[in-house]
Write a protein that binds this ligand. Structure first.
Ligand SMILES: [Zn+2]
Length: 395
């Protein structure tokens, strides 16, 4: 009797010890969840329980100098997404079939998205309203009222396609500026994204209108360029002609500025590309072998095509700069156009111990006026043209 009592006591003790250990472990675990992982888990729960759909702002318009001709504009389109848990299991195949038919997508891919265990899946981006109206009609006929979201979005259009393409640049699938003005002034053009915030349960199912929050998008600002569409078109037309006529394999550039204000009226590059289709290469020989190129080669060729060579590449102006030197000398009254025999070319000029030759050093130009020096493109005259009576001082 006594020994049974002792063994019972011992068993009780053991059970108590086990219970105590389990309780202690549980308290420690709760402590870890609450205090160590607390904030992380809280944010994960928030993400799971709120459905966050973006509303894209309308990107600002880019105008030419007249403020009337539109060079880049955003039009309203729509983006379709699904909340898989809000679509009944028996409707999933039907929904996937309808969406793949309407938007020309692969059925299997759509079905996979519709069946996924996630809160939101994008089905198709930036489609015309005609197509989404078809989807709305189908939803109506089939009494499907939840799980399919049709949200406003915008798409960029370039009405003149190739005009000033290397200046304007283009945008990516999320309306972000990727090249040119679109990229440089993205902050002004892009606006602020709005959102629809919905409270859902852990599986992403709607909890009705309770807790729905709608934050409106703010549209981007417009930009007016100094580029004039008419001047730009003329520059591009003749640049193309000149490049073809002279077989310029590296292409060419034309910059036209208003001398009074410095405004750039045209900035043309040849060859240009189609802003509405910026990933299509503009050279026939490359296009022919495009599919065989490595992604690195493709990327380099595209970068080269998008480049605004008029401002990104350097080119030594050479003798064309003589026009600026002579204009400055005339403005400062250092010389006049036709002072006969004012300058003398001896075939070279000595500057800081270095002898710089005239291009016609073997048969020097001799005495000439400024007009004649310009016609002869005589180097010593324009090197020395900086003070009155320079010829006597230097030569
Ligand atoms: Zn000379």
């Amino acid at each position: 009797m006594k020994s049974t009592n002792i063994s019972r006591k011992r068993r009780l003790k053991n059970i108590l010890f086990v219970c105590f250990t389990i309780c202690t472990l549980l308290i420690i675990r709760v402590g870890i969840i609450q205090f160590v992982q607390g904030s992380e888990l809280q944010s994960m729960a928030y993400k799971q329980q709120t459905l966050n759909r973006k509303i894209n702002p309308k990107r600002g318009t880019i105008y030419d100098s007249t403020g009337k001709n539109i060079l880049a504009v955003s039009a309203s389109v729509e983006t379709v997404s699904v909340t898989p848990s809000n679509i009944k299991k028996e409707d999933k195949e039907k929904v996937a079939r309808a969406m793949s038919d309407i938007f020309g997508l692969e059925y299997e891919t759509v079905l996979k998205k519709v069946s996924k265990n996630s809160s939101i899946e994008t089905i198709v981006k930036k489609v015309e309203k005609e197509q989404t109206d078809k989807l709305r009609e189908w939803m109506n006929e089939n009494s499907i009222i939840s799980g399919i979201n049709i949200d406003e979005d915008t798409k960029r259009y370039y009405p003149y396609a190739t005009l000033a393409s290397n200046v304007i640049g283009f945008t990516g699938s999320d309306n972000q500026g990727l090249e040119g003005i679109e990229s440089r002034y993205d902050d002004i053009l892009k606006g602020t994204t709005g959102k629809i915030l919905k409270v859902t349960d852990a599986r992403g199912t709607d909890l009705g209108n309770e807790g729905e929050d709608y934050i409106e998008a703010i549209d981007g600002d417009d930009i007016v360029l100094s580029i004039n569409m008419t001047v730009q078109s003329i520059a591009e037309k003749y640049l193309e002609q000149a490049c073809i006529d002279n077989v310029c394999t590296d292409g060419g550039n034309i910059l036209i500025a208003n001398p009074k204000t410095g405004d750039i009226l045209a900035m043309a590059s040849y060859p240009n590309y189609d802003l509405n289709n910026p990933y299509k290469i503009n050279k026939d020989d490359l296009e022919f072998v495009w599919d065989t190129l490595s992604s690195k080669d493709k990327s380099e060729s595209l970068q080269q095509m998008w480049r605004n060579k008029a401002i990104s590449d350097t080119y030594e102006p050479g003798s064309t700069f003589k026009l600026l030197t002579s204009s400055a000398a005339l403005e400062e009254g250092i010389t006049d156009t036709d002072n006969s025999g004012e300058f003398a070319c001896t075939g070279s000029i000595n500057i800081a111990g270095t002898r710089i030759k005239c291009w016609r050093y073997y048969r020097p130009h001799g005495s000439q006026s400024l007009r004649q020096a310009l016609m002869n493109s005589c180097n010593p005259v324009f090197i020395g043209l900086r003070t009155k009576n320079w010829s006597r001082k230097i030569l």
